[in-house]
Design a protein around this ligand. Sequence first.
Ligand SMILES: CC(C)(COP(=O)(O)OP(=O)(O)OC[C@H]1O[C@@H](n2cnc3c(N)ncnc32)[C@H](O)[C@@H]1OP(=O)(O)O)[C@@H](O)C(=O)NCCC(=O)NCCS
Length: 196
Amino acid sequence: MEKDRHGNKEVCPMKSLETERLTLKMFTLEDAEELYAYARNPNVGPHAGWSPHKSVHESKEIIKQLFIPVETWAIRLKDQDRVIGSIGLEHDKYRPDANSKELGYSLAEEFWRQGIMTEAAKEVIRFGFEELALEQIGICTGTANIRSQSVIRKCGFKYEGTIRRTYKIYDGTLRDSMVYSLLKEEYEAMKEKEEQ
Ligand SMILES: CC(C)(COP(=O)(O)OP(=O)(O)OC[C@H]1O[C@@H](n2cnc3c(N)ncnc32)[C@H](O)[C@@H]1OP(=O)(O)O)[C@@H](O)C(=O)NCCC(=O)NCCS
């Protein structure tokens, strides 16, 4: 397996994860239609900075060019065999020298507000610290993205600050980014507290 410059393995190939309600499996090209079914919705992508998908072909290209290279997970509910979201750990653009990855996610609108992304994110964070031996996990979101800010807080991330006009979104405008991270020691302290 490839190692990164910190000597840690990169995201394990084909590592599936499971939570109480969800299965997380690596995206494949066969998921393109189900990705398109929710990523075409104009209420989903723009919050994360990307344009609504225009065709199944575009969803397939996103899977090929973005999801497969960083091994993004497809989120499925255990009792419904279809893709309802994506979650991944990718290159941390704000912390190039730290042993850190950046968390990113999206969810089909009909499943919002059921705690699904918080459940998925907590498992991916566990995987990042406990199986990839990361020292830090970062995340950033737009100032208007209240839902994502809530998920971020529920996962224990610490707010670091807002970087103004840092991120070019799908329509070419520059977005302010609220930047957060979670250190391994903070994750471990949180886990210890939960177990008490
Ligand atoms: C952000 C997103 C992943 C959240 O997923 P989710 O499964 O609905 O998240 P959860 O249910 O775990 O938590 C949502 C939180 O937002 C809160 N929330 C939802 N709508 C809200 C609103 N209009 N105003 C304020 N808070 C709101 C909920 O109350 C909940 O917090 P709580 O549990 O403290 O009440 C989902 O909305 C999404 O895919 N959005 C579009 C893509 C995106 O923004 N990706 C992230 C880019 S950084």
